[in-house]
Design a protein. Structure first.
Lengths: 304, 287, 363
């Protein structure tokens, strides 16, 4: 039999399909993920920079100094703290606002579809445009100052948002909340609406008010969904980069609003401190993997 | 008595809805307003331009001096046609590849448990880790194989980054189809490829299209990796936007028009997704 | 004063009239059954009483008070759904205690009341089980307990036995009957199973297409059906119905169908005055058709056995009597087989006749 016939025959078989279906996937993943990952692990044990002049596989292996450096890095620590604060503020707010919106949309009313489309679109906008939009909003001569603060507090009430680290960070947080609350709203609403009507009616006949029904029937039944939503959004929030880059670039100053992603980016691309960037990246990856594993633990214990 | 209580609840609901709508529309409304304003009005609080112009939009493509009659501001240094095209190419091809590879893999995982737990584990992992943590070694790797600032480099990256979403989404749609139909065809001697072509794909079309649109939006919006990989040749639209913010931080009008232009595909596709999702789900339910 | 009064209820969904004009009342401690096929409006009526649907027109009075504008929360009515709607995330105890907690009753009292009800419905051993782990009959008990612990003025049950398999159904039916007697709350019971209705109800309202065809005690419905529909719906197996033509010849009134003829001269007057046309439907329940191997009754008709369905102590015989096939439910006689010739007698005072056009009963 000719080779090409044998080949086509083999391709058609079920067992080979199994291997073939993930072949392109493996190829891509290997290329873009695994190889760089391996390089990263290697480089974190070396002392090398991209512009050093010689190839990375000639880099001198020095062991663990990079990691020790990371543990003593104050700037890294601050980046971590800032990012944690970011998540700690943004996540609960997005959750509560999303929950409030979901409750608001519960039931039937005229124009529900239209309002839903309006409320949902922030999720679909490119992150950089969101950053751009809020950058424009919080300008000294922008609408937040001119249309909100000036009418309320007069000329002195206007704030220069981006020259103050705390305020600039607040502006970034507001942008994130604006963009991602609709996602929480979507998930929570889907969950609430999926609660069987029968159960709601049964509770009504037993005398429960709408508020009580939400508290005692709807919310308990969607608890696992809520946890998943929180974890997913929490992780994404930790990875924030785009809006910070556009709105503050880490400033004012050098790093007063620098989040973890931004710091790593700076290390790798701006400061060209390649091997250190690799070490820091590796540490962060391990940390996230551990934390996520711990957070998933209560979910996994499900005997049913 | 009950009627008035219900009515009050209704009014309260609509009031809140209006507040939420204003909050949601505010940034975009302001950007729209800015994009049609001349430089004299950029620092003014009025929402509606007194003298609307379209110079802001035009200046994005063709150098327009002056803008809105003012010589103080000149148009942005380069036209955005190149970044626009780059974004289209990168997002488009990246999406196509992601969908192809992802669909195949999702099908293999769903029906044949191909790749085992490894694939699932890996897809989860890539979702969890910050993109920035890959940047350092990626630069090194790409520099080594000459992929920096190239289309292939960017497209490959885009494919990889959205692959997880592709698999995750499409696996969901594939799982909805009862496997009995495919098994029947297999028993009659059809190869898995034929099964795919004749049975699975027609049934999941709605879901596939919705996934593809969603992935396109993701790729279109992608920023970090494009920022890292591109130098001059393959700058995408988001990267160009960031350059303008730093370079021409005071040109509110042109920035607004640029931002809006960049958003239009996302919004259009988002709307299309909603439409296709409905057909996707009803298709799947046909027994 | 009746516990529940329903007056001229009407409910329209879009263009569909689910309930056309329904009125009835339920006395204290009485069980009324809404009986009818699917889609006759019985469940809708129940939901209107509970407050889950708003009637297009009509009034509902509970304990003499008009409740139309009251939401279900305030009506103090117990409702047991067809699928029980037990809260899956709460334990049996918490399910039953739910309504009591809504009323902010002190903990000790809640405990007392719940335990009291638990004893009544027999769920002592599964008090801590989560709702989602219960079996169907357990769920039903909890659903009932959940409602009665609140001492409602009225208890509504929507097809409570439909979800239970046949074997358990008999047992549950008896239990339900016992429970009803013990609790003594005015009850409205919805079902499509006429055996359930006959067993559990004090009065039955037979419904069809949004209207009550007939309302009365079980014996009234059984023995004096007002029209063809009620006659056919009640009874297992259904009443034998034979389309006949009423012939007056030689001073005698005879119902004829092909070769089959039946003398009804004694009812002649009634027929003449009440019937609108000449086409009548003769009705006789299978349990009122007796067969004998020998002709012991002069009026007995010769018939051939076509099929025998043994059902224990009795058997159902399919008889061909000069044309039409008539079912007889008599004691089991092993000597009677397919093809045997037997003599069939219709019990005299169990005869029914209906006008074929109006479907109303003549006698």
């Amino acid at each position: 039999m000719k080779t090409i016939d044998r080949l086509t025959q083999w391709i058609g078989k079920t067992e080979s399909f199994k291997k073939l279906s993930t072949l392109p996937l493996n190829f891509v993943l290997n290329f873009v993920l695994i190889v760089p990952f391996a390089i990263m692990i290697f480089l974190s044990f070396t002392k090398w920079e991209l512009l050093s002049g010689y190839d990375w596989w000639h880099a001198p292996v020095v062991g663990v100094p990079r990691f020790i450096e990371a543990f003593g890095d104050a700037r890294l620590l601050w980046a971590l703290i800032r990012t944690t604060i970011f998540v700690a503020v943004v996540l609960p707010l997005e959750f509560l606002l999303g929950l409030g919106m979901a409750l608001l949309f519960l039931g039937d009313f005229r124009g529900k579809k239209a309002f839903t489309s309006v409320v949902m679109y922030p999720m679909m906008m490119p992150w950089v445009v969101v950053g751009l939009g809020f950058y424009l909003m919080f300008q000294y001569y922008g609408p937040v100052n001119l249309l909100l603060l000036k009418p309320m507090f007069g000329e002195g009430g206007m704030i220069d948002w981006f020259t103050n680290p705390v305020l600039a960070f607040a502006a970034v947080m507001i942008a994130d909340i604006w963009q991602w609350t609709p996602l929480m709203f979507l998930i929570i609403y889907a969950g609430l609406a999926a609660v069987p009507t029968r159960l709601i009616e049964a509770a009504q006949v037993l005398g429960a008010s709408s508020a009580r029904i939400v508290r005692t029937v709807r919310l308990p039944l969607i608890k696992p969904l809520l946890v998943v939503a929180l974890i997913i959004r929490g992780l994404e929030a930790f990875k924030v980069f785009d809006i910070v880059y556009i709105m503050t670039r880490g400033g004012p100053g050098v790093n007063s609003t620098e989040v973890v992603s931004l710091y790593v980016y700076n290390l790798a691309i701006v400061y060209h401190n390649t091997s250190y960037a690799c070490a820091v990246s590796l540490l962060i990856m391990v940390a996230i993997a551990l934390v996520t594993r711990l957070a998933i633990r209560p979910l996994e214990v499900k005997p049913e | 008595m009950v009627r008035t209580k219900v009515a009050a609840k209704s009014i309260g609901r609509y009031l809140l809805l209006i507040v939420v709508s204003i909050w949601t529309l505010a940034p975009v409304a302001w950007m729209v307003s800015l994009s049609f304003k001349g430089p004299t009005e950029w620092y003014a609080p009025n929402l509606i331009p007194i003298q609307p112009i379209i110079d802001n939009y035009i200046s994005l493509f063709v150098p327009t001096n002056p803008i809105g009659g003012s010589y103080f501001f000149t148009s942005i240094t380069e036209p955005i046609t190149k970044p626009l095209i780059n974004s289209l190419i990168a997002a488009g091809l990246g999406t196509i590849f992601a969908v192809l590879v992802g669909f195949l893999a999702a099908y293999g995982v769903s029906r044949y448990q191909a790749g085992g737990t490894f694939v699932i584990f890996f897809t989860l992992l890539t979702r969890m880790l910050p993109g920035a943590t890959f940047v350092a070694p990626l630069m090194v790797f790409y520099a080594g194989i000459g992929f920096v600032d190239t289309y292939s480099g960017l497209i490959l990256l885009y494919t990889a980054v959205t692959l997880t979403y592709a698999i995750w989404l499409m696996k969901g749609f594939i799982d909805e189809i009862p496997p009995e139909w495919e098994e029947a065809a297999l028993l009659e001697g059809a190869s898995p490829w034929t099964v795919l072509r004749k049975i699975t794909i027609p049934l999941t079309k709605g879901g596939l299209v919705a996934s593809a649109l969603f992935i396109f939006i993701l790729n279109w919006s992608e920023f970090l990796f494009a920022l890292v990989i591109s130098v001059t040749q393959v700058t995408t639209l988001p990267v160009q936007i960031s350059k303008y913010v730093s370079a021409v931080g005071r040109m509110y009008g042109t920035m607004a028009s640029l931002g809006l232009l960049a958003t239009i595909p996302s919004l259009v596709l988002g709307y299309l997704i909603q439409k296709h999702l409905v057909t996707g789900f009803t298709f799947g339910r046909v027994r | 004063m009746p516990k529940l009064v329903v007056k001229n209820l009407r409910k329209v969904f879009g263009t569909f009239e689910a309930v056309k004009d329904v009125s009835f009342h339920v006395e204290e401690k009485e069980t009324l059954c809404l009986l009818g096929p699917s889609g006759c409006g019985k469940t809708t009526t129940l939901r209107i009483i509970a407050g889950l649907e708003v009637p297009t027109s009509g009034e509902v009075f509970v304990d003499g008070v008009l409740v139309n504008d009251l939401p279900p929360q305030k009506r103090q009515i117990g409702l047991v759904f067809q699928d029980y709607a037990i809260f899956p995330h709460l334990s049996v105890f918490e399910n039953i205690a739910y309504g009591l907690r809504v009323r902010k009753m002190p903990e000790a009292e809640i405990r007392k009341k719940v335990h009291g009800t638990v004893a009544l419905i027999g769920v002592e051993n599964i008090l801590d089980a989560p709702g989602k782990k219960l079996g169907l009959s357990e769920m039903q008990r909890v659903a009932i307990g959940r409602s009665i612990v609140l001492d409602p003025k009225l208890l509504l049950l929507d097809e409570p036995l439909s979800n239970i398999d046949a074997k358990a159904r008999e047992r549950m039916r008896t239990e339900l009957g016992k429970l009803q007697k013990e609790i003594g709350i005015a009850t409205v019971y919805v079902t499509h199973d006429q055996l359930e209705a006959m067993t559990l109800a004090d009065r039955i309202a037979v419904m069809r297409d949004g209207l009550i065809e007939q309302m009365g005690t079980t014996s009234e419905i059984y023995n004096s059906p007002r029209n063809l529909f009620v006659a056919d719906f009640i009874g297992s197996p259904s009443m034998n119905l034979i389309d006949c033509e009423c012939v007056y010849s030689g001073g005698r009134v005879v119902l004829k169908s092909g070769d089959f003829s039946f003398d009804i001269t004694e009812f002649g007057e009634t027929v003449r005055s009440k019937s609108k046309g000449k086409e009548l439907v003769l009705g006789i329940r299978p349990e009122d058709v007796s067969i004998d191997v020998d002709k012991t009754d002069p009026k007995a008709m010769e018939s051939e056995v076509q099929l025998v369905e043994p059902i224990g102590a009795k058997s159902i015989y399919h008889l061909k009597i000069s044309g039409p096939t008539i079912l007889s439910k008599d004691r089991a006689m092993p000597e009677v087989k397919v093809g045997s010739k037997v003599w069939a007698t219709f019990s005299k005072n169990k005869l029914h006749a209906f006008d074929k056009k109006t479907e109303e009963a003549i006698f």
